[in-house]
Design a protein around this ligand. Sequence first.
Ligand SMILES: [Zn+2]
Length: 301
Amino acid sequence: MNKLKVGIIGGSGLGQSLLANSQGESYNPRTPFGRPSAPIICTQFEGVDVCIPARHGQGHRYSPSHVPYRANIFAMKMLGVTHIIASGAVGSLREDVHPGDLLIPDQAIDKTFKREGSFFGDGIVAHVEFDQPFCPQMQKLLFQAGQKLEGDVKVHEGGTYICMEGPQFSSRAESLLHRQWGGSVIGMTCMPEAKLAREAEICYGLVTLPTDYDCWKPKPANMEKRDLLKEIIGNMNTAAENAIKLIKSVVSIMPEKVDFNCACQSSLELGIWTDRTMISPATIRELEPLVGKYLGHSKRC
Ligand SMILES: [Zn+2]
């Protein structure tokens, strides 16, 4: 029987808000891919076991290109995380997605090029399905929970997240191109996080926090840079408050609603392409949390 454990990945502010009034245990496991960005806090939240890593490290030290995504996801797998709710600030590429709203994407375009994007490749090769980059069940639960939020919170269901390398923002020509591609929002962090969660057979849902209209939309001519920044921070705070409400709400319904028969939970079943007899015991040992159920001692004969 699977035991629900939810990883909640967000900016450090979001994690701190969620951790307020709760005592947690801190874990900093060594993984084959190094240590996570910061010790992971595990506690109970709404009666559910949760683990909260800080994606950018303590004090926001890792840029989106330098976040140790593999160590973060591997560590959460070691800790028994079965589901992840991730969040991140984005720019809106759609007129109807206003800064301060929330958007739960169902598709992604990965434009990153500097990040290690797989646990596999040296001694063992795996190809997992990724036609639905975010867990459809998590997407539905997030949206359902969003509908029940009090106050005037607009939650958009579905949309395409474009993940760029950064750290600079887009040029205007790029921003216009992303709109032509059908992008809804643009951010820098959900890839390869979502890909690694799929390889780790963890259901991964994402809630995005639009803070501005990226740069495709001309800014009001009389607006000072300082005022613009103030507005972005204001939108960020509104969206973050709404995201925290949404995460609390979804976590509280998960024990009743989660179905472990989700395809994400067995994504590696047909995904390992390497001849089993050629995979070294050392590789299997190293990747045991990921592949043990298929290649562990009881599975090899
Ligand atoms: Zn799933």
